[in-house]
Design a protein around this ligand. Structure first.
Ligand SMILES: [Zn+2]
Length: 1039
């Protein structure tokens, strides 16, 4: 009191700068810690009684670890190399003199640690996540044991892996991780509270600005607190705290913006560390959340990704049980509804449905309810089909923020309705702080108030907690926000839930704007192309699982003895869905992750082939060849919902491969003995100038010695697709050096470095002379040391020309594309997306147009004018562009971070060009792209008499029957999923030869729609579609 009185008596005009810096130094971690308040945070210290360790290259369970032989260790030792694990046995003995004090076990290391006590994980310790204390007791009692044994599991990687030099550099394999502190300390809680008070007041004083009187009130209060506070005399602290409380308790008016603070911890399911480490990251982060919840019953925590819950469920059952308790209390809140936070661009429509189906079913099973908001804060764009898929999966709300990373245009909203290609709308919110990893600071609160839709809405989300590599919220973040809950000058801060936020936003939504179409991220456009083998694995495995489901379902419906491989399919789907995580499928991960991902694809291919064989054996067992080598015919299966006439390759009696033209009905099969004769054979002619002409009665092409198309026409027509003097199928190489995010970004300026590839290694030569198939091949040198060999193939009756391409890719920071200049004029190109398509401009009028200089598409893109167009199809590519009249397909990149070996390999891929009359819809471009991606299956068979068989067909070419599977919960029912693909309003009949007794409309989670019964009529089931509508139907089979 003596000091306080003196200070009051001597109050003098305050100089703003010296006052602010004075407070700053009083709480500084760097300056004057010998005499300031911060220097008093910790009291007495005591070394550990003993420390020993055991190191292993594997991530092993606790029980296995503690049985090992531990050797003495000490503070200052370092451990490694990268990715190894050190287990420490920590014996500690708290000095009896510390009775009544708060005692912490302090552990500082640059590796990520987990404290185990009594065989249970109890606390994650990560220096980078500001977690270095495990609280042993908040007030030591004489009666409690002072000695105990802990174990610390130390991962030899940091929160962000182990990048050598920079965060996204490839990991340094030889990194060492140092234990810099391990001891017991007395923690002075009263000093800590005062530090938090002063920090907030100082931030208010600095950040509210000199025109705001609250800035000065906070400054004078903080200065006065320094005056009254004698750091050596804790009895002076309460007077200082009262000064702070007086400011914090001055309330806001009713109109103030409300911030809904929700704890969060973004954990990338794999990124700069492998999947296996993520399992431990989840445990470290979530156990810390559980500890915080025990001491802070108001804390809420939004947690996404069913896969991560599943990891913790199987690896840490004790922790999982605690999490389930906090879920039941409404504090630990599952969100998102998906299996992982997937990439928002590249997964197929059906994959996205499965993300929700696997996710929502997991949440329902484990926690008794599905998620009501889609949660995808960190992905590189958002498909315009997502709103419909969300709505079909019980979700009307969406939270993300990544568009704040746009390089060119500022997205105009934080709260708005997002409308997809079919017209479905979801209420969408971007936390206006433009981050999912806030720390509860004044600055972030002020940024959040600056919601671009303020005035329309008065509530915003605020996600706090260390993220990306895990970590999550801290006590200090919570303590900051407690002080800011309702303080005049700052927004109101409530610890809230996503549901509370969206509920008030729904009430306030009458004035919100609507954004129609995709949410395109103007950055990270390289992720459509990087790690081509992952992209190829994704497309191929989507096809494999489609085919296995179709064939298994047909086998099930035809013969009740067949065991539908439901659990195996679930396992394979989950592997595929996991690889769609937003740093894996985009290719922005380290080499270790790529290796894991490719292994998962190999597993899907292997198991998928086996399952397909079993399904085919059950479906057509009596038709298959009885013993090897005696095949007389070929069984050809078609998993697509339209009849196909195509050239296939089949194994003849002597094991030789021969070609045959076959017709197979929709989703069914046919036995082929005598192949069809083509209406017109393929002719291949070498001309005098070395060029090669091919024609099949549908299209006619002319190729120069470098494999470039100099002419592409529809047979019998003079309408040329290639402009005069231009060549299509022209390869071009670009310099590809982004500003920072190597694997992620291709910048606009790469377009200025275009070099056509013109070094011929082997000129175009005929490889198949025609008949059922004509082909010619050539080789080019690409860049300094890469080579490209291409076989250009034209099949009888086929409306497109295929380019089977092999590349030995050995470049650095180069981007390979193939270009098709076409004689078509249109201001828009059409690109396939999930269950539909959309248009993007071919011009660069505005910044919104040119910022899309590199875009993504699925199986096709098309440039059409009235009556004529050219489509590009592909079997595993996603990057594309169309500027003016040039269509480009992005083939390969060569980034060096975070995987120095990215794409350095042999690549094989196929694309195709298809000129057409009329619109792409009427010309069947969509069906052709499916055909290219879903080859017919040919199996040696007897030459039995057997009529062709079709399970399903659809009466309208506008409607695609995409999925046929067994229902998840009803073994006697089949689910079929169809979508309107032309962008038209249409009625279609679904016909089936399966024994269906009941048809019921259902949602994407397979829940029957109210009044969803569909009459079974002579023509099948009548279905009405609006543009791009996705419909799912439960077909109950007769037993
Ligand atoms: Zn992420």
């Amino acid at each position: 009191m003596r000091r306080a009185r003196r200070a009051a008596a001597m109050a003098a005009p305050e100089h703003r700068r010296t006052a602010l810096e004075r407070v700053d130094k009083f709480i500084s971690e760097i300056y004057f810690t010998d005499c300031n308040l911060r220097g008093r945070l910790f009291g007495d210290r005591c070394p550990l009684a003993s420390l020993s360790c055991f190191q292993t290259p594997r991530r092993i369970p606790y029980d296995e670890a503690v049985g090992q032989e531990f050797r003495p260790a000490k503070v200052g030792d370092s451990f490694g190399p990268t990715w190894e694990t050190c287990w420490f046995k920590v014996e500690l003995s708290i000095p009896p003199a510390w009775v009544g004090r708060e005692v912490h076990f302090i552990w500082e290391s640059d590796g990520e640690g987990m404290v185990w006590r009594d065989a249970q994980p109890v606390q994650g310790l990560t220096k980078e996540g500001e977690k270095t204390s495990y609280i042993l007791t908040s007030s030591l009692k004489e009666t409690e044991p002072h000695s105990l044994t802990l174990y610390v599991e130390l991962a030899c990687n940091g929160l962000f892996g182990a990048g050598k030099g920079s965060m996204i550099a490839p990991p340094d394999p030889d990194r060492r991780f140092t234990l810099s502190k391990a001891e017991l300390v007395v923690f002075n809680r009263d000093v800590y509270e005062l530090l938090v008070d002063l920090e907030i007041l100082l931030d208010m004083a600095k950040l509210l600005g000199e025109e705001n009187q609250r800035s000065f009130q906070a400054m004078y209060a903080a200065n006065q607190m320094v005056n009254v506070c004698d750091v050596k005399d804790p009895s002076t602290f309460s007077a200082a705290r009262d000064l702070a409380a007086a400011i914090f308790s001055q309330r806001n008016g009713e109109s103030q913006h409300t911030i809904h603070a929700v704890g969060h911890c973004h954990i990338d399911s794999a990124w700069l560390w492998p999947y296996e480490e993520t399992v431990r990251k989840c445990a470290r982060s979530w156990v810390t959340v559980v500890r915080l919840m025990e001491g802070n019953p108001e804390l809420t925590f939004a947690c996404s990704q069913a896969q991560q819950f599943e990891w913790v469920r199987s690896w840490y059952p004790g922790l999982y049980a605690q999490i389930q308790d906090f879920v039941a209390k409404g504090q630990f809140i599952p969100v998102g509804g998906t299996w992982v936070e997937m990439d928002g661009n590249l997964p197929s429509g059906e994959s996205m449905v499965r993300q929700f189906l696997q996710g929502q079913r997991f949440f329902q099973e484990q926690f008794g309810r599905i998620c009501s908001e889609f949660w995808l804060p960190d992905t590189f764009g958002y498909s315009a089909q997502l709103p419909q898929l969300m709505r079909g999966c019980g979700i009307r709300r969406f939270l993300t923020q990544k568009l704040s990373w746009n390089l060119v245009n500022t997205f105009p909203h934080h709260t708005f309705f997002w409308e997809g290609i079919d017209g479905s709308r979801v209420l969408t919110h971007f936390p206006p702080g433009d981050s999912y990893g806030m720390h509860g600071r004044v600055e972030e609160m002020l940024k959040t108030v600056n919601n671009r839709d303020k005035g329309r809405v008065n509530h915003s989300a605020f996600l706090f907690g260390f993220g990306d590599g895990g970590g999550g919220p801290t006590q200090k973040m919570l303590d900051r926000m407690k002080r800011m809950s309702d303080t005049d000058g700052l927004p109101k801060v409530e610890i809230s839930t996503p549901d509370r936020l969206f509920s008030v936003l729904e009430k306030e939504s009458s004035q919100l704007c609507t954004w129609v179409g995709e949410l395109f991220l103007e950055l990270h456009n390289g992720t459509y192309t990087t790690q081509a083998q992952i992209k190829k694995g994704n497309r191929e495995c989507e096809r494999i699982l489609h085919d296995v489901e179709v064939l298994s379902t047909l086998a099930l419906a035809r013969g009740s003895a067949f065991q539908y491989p439901a659990s195996q399919l679930q396992r394979l789907w989950r592997l595929l869905l996991l690889n769609q995580f937003h740093d894996v499928l985009p290719g922005s991960c380290i080499q270790l992750v790529v290796e894991d991902a490719l292994q998962y694809y190999a597993e899907i291919r292997r198991a998928g082939a086996r399952l397909q064989e079993e399904a085919v054996r059950s479906l057509c067992g009596e038709l298959l060849q009885p013993k090897a080598g005696s095949a007389e015919g070929t069984l050809v299966l078609n998993t697509l919902p339209w009849e196909r006439t195509e050239v296939i390759s089949r194994t003849g009696p002597a094991g030789t491969q021969t070609l045959a033209l076959v017709t197979v009905p929709s989703m069914g099969y046919a036995i082929v003995k005598e192949p069809l004769l083509p209406p017109q054979p393929v002719s291949v002619r070498k001309q005098e100038d070395g060029s090669i002409a091919m024609e099949n009665g549908v299209i006619a092409v002319c190729l120069d010695a470098m494999g470039r198309l100099t002419s592409l026409r529809l047979a019998g027509s003079e309408r040329e697709s290639i402009p005069d003097g231009c060549c299509a199928n022209q390869f071009a190489l670009f310099d590809d050096v982004p500003l920072y995010w190597d694997a992620w970004d291709v910048m606009d300026y790469h377009l200025e470095t275009r070099k056509p590839v013109t070094t011929l290694l082997k000129p175009l030569e005929i490889t198949l002379a025609g008949g059922l198939r004509g082909s010619a091949s050539f080789s080019l040198q690409v860049g300094e040391s890469s080579t490209l060999t291409q076989e250009i193939i034209l099949d009888a009756t086929c409306p497109y020309l295929r380019f089977l391409t092999q590349v030995e890719w050995k470049e650095a920071h180069k981007f390979l594309k193939v270009e098709f200049p076409v004689q078509v004029r249109s201001t828009n190109t059409t690109y396939e997306i999930q269950f539909g398509h959309l248009q993007r401009p071919t011009h660069w009028n505005t910044s919104w147009d040119w910022a899309r200089f590199e875009v993504w598409a699925h199986k096709w893109l098309d440039l059409s004018e009235h009556g004529f167009g050219v489509a590009l199809l592909n079997d595993c590519k996603y990057g594309a562009s169309a500027h003016r009249n040039v269509l480009s397909l992005s083939l390969l990149r060569a980034p060096k971070s975070p995987d120095a070996t990215a794409d350095m390999a042999h690549h094989q891929f196929t694309y195709a060009v298809m000129p057409h009359w009329g619109s792409f819809q009427d010309a069947g471009v969509i069906q052709c792209a499916y055909n290219l991606n879903f080859p017919l299956h040919a199996v040696p068979a007897r030459s039995a008499q057997c009529p062709a068989w079709s399970a399903f067909s659809v009466s309208s070419p506008a409607v695609v029957l995409e999925t046929v599977k067994r229902a998840e919960d009803r073994p006697e029912a089949v689910v079929v999923r169809l979508y309107e693909a032309h962008g038209s309003t249409v009625v279609a009949w679904l016909q089936t030869s399966l024994p269906v007794q009941e048809a019921i409309l259902c949602d994407l989670l397979e829940r029957p729609a109210p009044r969803g019964r569909l009459p079974l009529e002579q023509q099948g089931v009548r279905l009405s579609f609006s543009p791009f509508r996705v419909l799912s139907i439960l077909l109950v089979l007769r037993q």
